[in-house]
Design a protein around this ligand. Structure first.
Ligand code: PLP
Length: 385
């Protein structure tokens, strides 16, 4: 029998009555766009993240561009980010006319290497063509980047920090969420993400009322903010007052209603994911090049359980033959992709390039049964390559 890589049906069995009721409520009140569930979900999300403000939006990609727009990042500005990530991380940088600068990762956690980051900033400054403005750290595969070190570097160089927590929303470091260090933390509610909805969705957490207000404007076609119209008299709906060029990036009310129910069980699911990860780590020891290392004091939400194997492709075929799915995130780093190859990569990306050859992700979700996990472990232990 084939295993699921991510079993959304198992979660649905647990939540179906609550989600059905939440959907029925939205259908009854008919507020499909910006209905009451959107604000209620934003409040619940902000509380979960331990921060005062959250802004929902249409997807995790828009969530990344909204802070750049709010901060006025544009042509001539450098935005530092890893190359070992999903396309969305660097993709939004040229959207605002700025330049992504690729930084290498740490060999054990796959997250941005603070020493390489500082070296890249120094190189860009020395070259004098671009102005360093923002760092985007990614919580790859679910675990927090080294935020204390990255924040210190950002402070030394006067840079803003975004935590791209699309894969890591809910992760903590010393008990704190990435927004404790970042100026904005973003997430995606793509269905397969640890906190996913039944379609596309995203959100930004922020500590700043002014940033939230500006991002809200960019989210809705550049509509007037309260401060835009302070003292201005007009006789029409303020939403037809456009102060900047924005986009349409609202989270659907139905998705917000679904997410409210999913958020209620999220902490419990994170614990379950960690039990699954612990069982993998114990069972796979000695059978693979590396099981995942989590940063000291960190708690991962395990968006992926990613091991390293010398014959990754052979192992994938061996697993497939036994009905066990696997996936490679990411086979081609961003700086090797055509549209991104010309962007700066100041000191090379040797760790990124090596990891792209060895990583392979295994079935991972909170409802993975021990017997099914043991099947995966036995199949890997039995692979002689
Ligand atoms: C690291 C990272 N950032 C951003 C995104 C973009 O999220 P979305 O697909 O919701 O636009 C993803 C989605 O996979 C991601 O993995």
């Amino acid at each position: 029998m084939s295993l699921a890589f991510i079993d959304l049906a198992a979660q649905q069995r647990r939540l179906k009555p609550a989600i059905d009721a939440a959907i029925a409520k939205v259908l009854a009140h008919g507020g499909y766009v910006m209905g009451p569930e959107v604000a209620a979900f934003e409040k619940a999300l902000a509380d979960f993240g331990g921060v005062g403000r959250a802004l929902s939006c249409a997807n995790g990609t828009d969530a990344l561009v909204l802070p750049l727009q709010a901060w006025g990042v544009g042509p001539g500005d450098a935005v530092f980010c890893p190359s070992f990530t999903f396309t969305a991380t660097p993709e939004i940088v040229p959207w605002v006319g700025a330049t992504p600068v690729f930084v290498d990762i740490l060999s054990d956690t796959f997250n941005i290497d603070p020493a390489a980051l500082e070296a890249a900033i120094e190189s860009i400054k020395a070259e004098g063509k671009l102005t360093p403005k923002v760092v985007i750290a990614v919580d790859l595969f679910g675990q927090p980047a080294d935020y204390p070190a990255i924040r210190a570097i950002c402070d030394r160089h006067g840079l803003k920090l975004i935590a791209d927590s699309a894969q890591g929303f809910g992760c903590t470091l010393s008990g704190r969420h990435p927004i404790a260090w970042a100026d904005a933390a973003t997430t995606s509610f793509f269905p397969a993400k640890p906190l996913g909805c039944y379609g596309d969705g995203g959100a930004v957490l922020t500590k700043s009322d002014a940033d939230r207000e500006r991002m809200d404007s960019f989210r809705v076609h550049g509509k007037a903010t309260r401060s835009d119209i302070e003292g201005v008299t007009f006789d029409h709906d303020p939403k037809y007052f456009n102060f900047r060029i924005g986009r349409n990036s609202r989270l659907d009310t139905l998705q917000a209603a679904i997410l409210i129910e999913k958020l209620i069980v999220f902490a419990d699911e994170i614990e379950a994911r960690n039990r699954v990860a612990d069982r993998y780590a114990a069972g796979l020891q000695g059978h693979v090049l590396a099981t995942p290392a989590v940063i000291d004091g960190g708690v991962s939400v395990w968006a992926q359980y990613t091991i390293e194997h010398a014959d990754r492709d052979g192992l994938a075929a061996h697993l497939r033959a036994q009905g066990i799915p696997s996936a490679v995130y990411y086979p081609i780093p961003m700086h090797k992709q055509g549209p991104y190859a010309g962007f700066p990569q100041p000191n090379g990306l040797p760790v990124t390039e090596a990891k792209a050859e060895t990583v392979i992700s295994l079935p991972m979700h909170p409802y993975l049964e021990p017997a099914d996990q043991d099947r995966v472990i036995a199949a890997i232990a039995g692979y002689k390559g």
